[in-house]
Design a protein around this ligand. Structure first.
Ligand code: S3P
Length: 442
């Protein structure tokens, strides 16, 4: 949810990150844990839940539909699931669900709600109401769903239908949100629902469906599910979010002499593009204590700062690092030589147009950066000081905060309240690690 409170960051130049820390729980996994636990038969326990606004929107949505969810600790939930068919019966009257700033919540809920027996209106903030929804409306409509939109955008109205039908859908975009929306609708459809995609996107839905006892046939880039399966309650331990760890990985990698340890980071191979890309740029990152949190691989990461070099980042690396490009643009600005990003046009339809937000911000700090339709060209140089408009985009705000570690003067970042959507407590954790950051009413 977009906060009405205007907030800025002021970040002192220089310093370095050090120590050991754990960033909050994975956003993608937290959304899915609440959704599947709500649909399951029995009571599930979720540990390490991300209590950021995005996932809280998902949690409140199920509470509105009658699911009892007890917050038993700051990051612990007990979800009293109603069972797949019970959810259908629970809320006979139409509901309006506010998905705030969250594309994941809106697109996944669209698939889930398409299979219910009551009407739903899905609304969101200004940013979310401007993001493309046809990518889920089209395939769900092919399955028989009835979804009305404002020219392909939210608010969305989903009306019940007698039955959904399985489809075999070839998605034109590598998007876990599209894939997951269709697979979740597939739980309610007759027959088999299959999705294939041009590059493998994150596979948390497939893994978590298995955790909740659903049979699903999944390989990289393709998944198939049979309708009518029941979900069984499960306990979920959520790894630390690699997309939140990314700001600290970059902040350390760009500062010669810095060293930081990040604990319990999710290292699902569909998400580790940031590690591969930084290593190719010359960063030293080690993975230790590999283990498994209920089907999701986890490791402790140690990163050391040094000199980075510019590289070419092509389409094959985009899906596995899709949320990390704002941070990677900062790494590119601090590297020797030129970094070219291509095949990343999806960045234009995130919480902001991240290609433009980052190129404009870097230019304001004196870095040579050009936007391209599907990426950018960034020449490493000296970061000056100045004021950045985050455009209400949490990842843009956190990326420029880290840039201060290598800047010549103070960086002031405007409109940062939405950091709370994915990373509550970012400023205090970053300050604890050595960043000279403070929050100020805007
Ligand atoms: C997400 C998928 C990604 C990512 C988003 C979370 C998810 O979006 O950018 O922050 O949880 O499924 P796309 O799948 O649309 O690329």
């Amino acid at each position: 949810m977009s906060s009405s409170r205007r907030l800025d960051y002021r970040v002192r130049p220089g310093g370095g990150l050090s120590g050991t820390l754990r960033v909050p729980g994975d956003k993608s996994i937290s959304h899915r844990a609440v959704m599947l636990a709500s649909l399951a038969k029995g009571s599930s326990y979720i540990q390490g839940f991300l209590a950021g606004e995005d996932c809280l929107c998902t949690m409140r949505a199920f509470q509105r539909m009658g699911v009892r969810i007890d917050q038993v600790g700051p990051t612990e939930l007990r979800v009293h699931g109603v069972g797949q068919y019970a959810l259908r019966a629970l809320t006979p009257q139409p509901v309006e669900l506010d998905m705030g700033n969250s594309g994941t919540a809106m697109r996944l809920m669209c698939g889930l709600m398409a299979g219910q027996t009551f009407s739903t209106r899905l609304i969101g903030d200004a940013s979310l109401s401007n993001r493309p929804m046809r990518r889920v409306i089209d395939p769900l409509t092919q399955m028989g769903a009835r979804i009305a939109s404002q020219d392909g955008k939210a608010p969305l109205r989903i009306d019940p239908v007698l039955a959904l039908q399985g489809i075999d859908y070839r998605s034109p975009v590598a998007s876990a949100q599209v894939k997951s929306s269709i697979l979740l609708a597939g739980l309610y459809a007759e027959g088999i629902t299959a999705v294939s995609e041009p590059e493998p996107s994150r596979d948390h839905t497939e893994r978590m469906l298995r955790t909740f006892g659903v049979r699903i046939d999944a390989q990289p880039g393709r998944a198939r599910i049979a309708g009518g399966q029941l979900l069984r309650a499960a306990n979920v331990k959520v790894p630390a979010d690699i997309s939140s760890a990314a700001f600290f990985l970059v902040g350390t990698a760009i500062t010669p002499g810095a060293r930081l340890r990040l604990l319990e980071v999710g290292v699902n191979p569909t998400r580790t593009g940031i590690i591969q890309i930084l290593q190719r740029m010359g960063a030293e990152i080690e993975l230790e204590n590999p283990r498994d949190f209920g089907g999701e691989p986890v490791a402790d990461l140690t990163v050391r700062g040094g000199r980075l070099r510019g590289i070419e980042i092509g389409r094959e690396l985009v899906a596995a690092a899709i949320d990390e490009f704002p941070a990677l643009f900062i790494a590119a600005a601090c590297a020797d030589g030129v970094t070219t990003v291509s095949g990343a046009e999806e960045l234009r339809v995130k919480e902001s147009d991240r290609i433009q937000s980052m190129v404009d911000g870097l230019s304001a700090l004196g870095i040579e950066a050009q936007a391209r339709p599907d990426g950018a060209v960034i020449r490493g140089g000296t970061l000056g000081s100045g004021e950045i408009d985050s455009r209400g985009d949490h990842r843009v705000a956190m990326s420029f905060a880290m840039a201060a570690l290598r800047a010549q003067g103070e960086i002031r970042i405007r409109d940062v309240a939405n950091v709370n959507t994915s990373f509550p407590g970012f400023a205090s954790l970053a300050a604890q690690a050595g960043l000279g950051i403070r929050e100020q009413a805007g």
